[in-house]
Ligand binder design. Structure first.
Ligand SMILES: NC(=O)c1ccc[n+]([C@@H]2O[C@H](COP(=O)([O-])OP(=O)(O)OC[C@H]3O[C@@H](n4cnc5c(N)ncnc54)[C@H](O)[C@@H]3O)[C@@H](O)[C@H]2O)c1
Ligand SMILES: O=C(O)CC[C@@H](O)C(=O)O
Length: 526
């Protein structure tokens, strides 16, 4: 398998890929056209912020299975296009958190003490001590927008500088914030109170131009602004205006809406504007962390099938996968069984996890079950990434419930589906630690290994029917490897589930259907 690396990552990471037997193609600085060509044959791609994976580029990939970001931000990847193609998208959060937080602090000091400007002036032969009067950080209020990984490290370090820290983050509780020593406030209150504002939110629809002319109007006179998160969160022209009219006394940007910014960008001409070319993660430590992390994740996924830090499918660690794997297999087979039993388009799937399995992370099992069900109709167009999306697109309602105990079994996955015109119930369990079994199909209780070519037969409970079925299959050269027979006494009906070594063709199925007392025959593939 081939991994394309289109932004520089440290050799330590490349080594890990090669040692795992992956072919590595390092090609940086590609044009969009060159990227489309290079990605065509890749099984995985590793990127940083320099590569834009647009829908058009992703569409050009013919066997791509994973997009891995050596870093955090995924705003340069068209996630929807990746979802549509069933490509796993993963990042390496955490590896550059400290570096990005320290860069933010460096920017804060640079702004507060005019370090870049003073240095430029001195290097130009001037000695301007009066001009570069600074301000202390101690006692000032720092407003953090986005109290996630980086925001909280910045908060911790700022508290060490004896600053007051207020933060706005709608997804953090006041209790969580207060444990960090941070006061959670509304965005307007943050604008009103902060002497310095720093941004640590991802760039999304909701955060695009979050800082705009209206927000500057609500800020304190002489506020300092720092953005080491993503370009586009700040409306750069509004910032320019706010700096020109003195509302913002200084601003520091590590990131720009367009990278690199045009050389005549008006902010670059402002003296109180400090900037770096997207260096937040550019430390040896962070680059080593992300190179090792991204390479290990890609190897884990391409070579061992283990998914970590994926943003578009449930992530499962290697340890968890060992426990979950048999249930994933069972869930997928239950989905496939339901798809083949359904006599109309599926409208609803209700999954109940009972007993031991209810204590596990069942999200991957639900995804596997949906995949098993939809694979019958959509084949290669559905996988673990896009299965829930495909189900939603088809208007299928999915519900999941859990009960701690399972009657008669240690663990049970029960699935009822509603389709146009009826419903079906199937349930399965894991025997021992790894053996999947189907234990119920509607009211028929059984103990069947869900594997290979099977026939699901309803017949009237009369002597000789099973014999006739055996003879018909034997005459067609089909060997029965397993057979499960159950009764529905009140209707005097039998249900037979049998496994055959080779798939029965249509003539055999129709011969079985024509046998006396046989009511229905359904071939199944599990
Ligand atoms: N400059 C660099 O080189 C560099 C390096 C690393 C990360 N980053 C960027 O820094 C940003 C933060 O990274 P992180 O690892 O801390 O991410 P994170 O996911 O840990 O934290 C983001 C926080 O933002 C909050 N949030 C989301 N929407 C919000 C909104 N509308 N208002 C307020 N808060 C909101 C979330 O609840 C979360 O707590 C990302 O954009 C990332 O790409 C930049
Ligand atoms: O690739 C980089 O150096 C930038 C990384 C950073 O922006 C991130 O989001 O992790």
């Amino acid at each position: 398998m081939k991994v394309l690396v289109t932004d520089p990552i440290l050799p330590d990471g490349i080594e890990i890929l090669k040692k795992a037997g992956l072919e590595v193609e390092e090609r940086t600085g590609l044009s969009p056209e060159e990227l489309k060509e290079a990605i065509r044959e890749a099984d995985g791609i590793i990127i940083r912020s320099g590569t834009k994976l647009t829908a058009e580029v992703i569409e050009a990939a013919e066997r791509l299975k994973v997009i891995a970001r050596a870093g955090t931000g995924l705003d340069n990847v068209d996630l929807e296009a990746a979802n549509r193609k069933g490509i796993v998208v993963m990042n390496c959060p955490g590896g550059n958190t400290n570096s990005a937080a320290e860069h933010t602090l460096a920017m804060m000091f640079a702004l507060a003490r005019n370090i870049p400007q003073a240095m430029t002036s001195l290097k130009a032969g001037r000695w301007e001590r009066k001009k570069f009067m600074g301000r202390e950080l101690m006692g000032k209020t720092l407003g953090i927008i986005g109290l996630g990984r980086i925001g909280s490290v910045v908060a911790d370090r700022a508290l060490g500088l004896k600053m007051h820290v207020v933060a706005y983050d709608p997804f953090v509780t006041p209790e969580q914030a207060s444990k960090m020593g941070v006061e959670l406030v509304s965005l307007d209150e943050l604008y009103a109170r902060a002497d310095i504002i720093t941004l640590h939110v991802p760039l999304m629809k909701e955060t695009y131009h979050l800082i705009n002319a209206e927000s500057f109007a609500k800020m304190k006179e002489g506020v300092l602004l720092i953005n080491c998160a993503r370009g586009g969160i700040v409306d750069e022209m509004a910032l320019y205006e706010a700096m020109k009219n003195g509302k913002v006394a200084g601003a520091a940007l590590d990131v720009f809406e367009k990278e690199p910014p045009d050389p005549d960008h008006p902010l670059l001409k402002m003296e109180n504007f400090v900037c770096t070319p997207h260096l937040g993660a550019s430390t040896l430590e962070a680059q080593k962390n992300v190179a090792l992390a991204v390479a290990t994740q890609v190897v884990d996924f391409l070579v061992h099938g283990v998914v970590r830090n994926a943003v578009n499918m449930p992530s499962v660690s290697a340890e968890a996968l060992k426990i979950l794997k048999p249930y994933i297999v069972l869930a997928e087979k239950l989905g496939a069984l339901q798809a083949q039993l359904a006599e109309g388009p599926v409208e609803e799937i209700a999954i109940e996890y009972q007993g031991e399995v209810s204590q596990l992370d069942t999200e991957p099992l639900t995804v596997a079950l949906i995949k098993g069900l939809l694979s019958r109709a959509l084949r290669e167009d559905v996988n673990y990434v896009n299965a829930p999306l495909r189900a939603r697109e088809r208007g299928i309602k999915i519900t999941e419930s859990k009960t701690e105990t399972a009657e008669d079994f240690l663990n049970l996955i029960a699935v009822r589906i509603k389709f146009k015109g009826g419903d079906n119930y199937v349930a399965g369990t894991i025997f021992g630690k790894t053996e999947p079994r189907i234990v119920q199909i509607n009211r028929f209780r059984l103990d069947a290994l869900p594997e290979g070519h099977m026939l699901y037969i309803h017949n009237e409970d009369r002597p000789g029917v099973i014999g006739l079925i055996g003879v018909t299959l034997g005459e067609a050269g089909l060997n029965i490897s397993r057979m499960y027979v159950g009764q529905e006494p009140e209707k005097r009906r039998n249900v037979i589930l049998l496994s055959v070594d080779t798939p029965p063709d249509e003539s055999v199925v129709s011969a079985l259907r024509n046998l006396p007392h046989v009511l229905s025959v359904k071939p199944l593939e599990l």
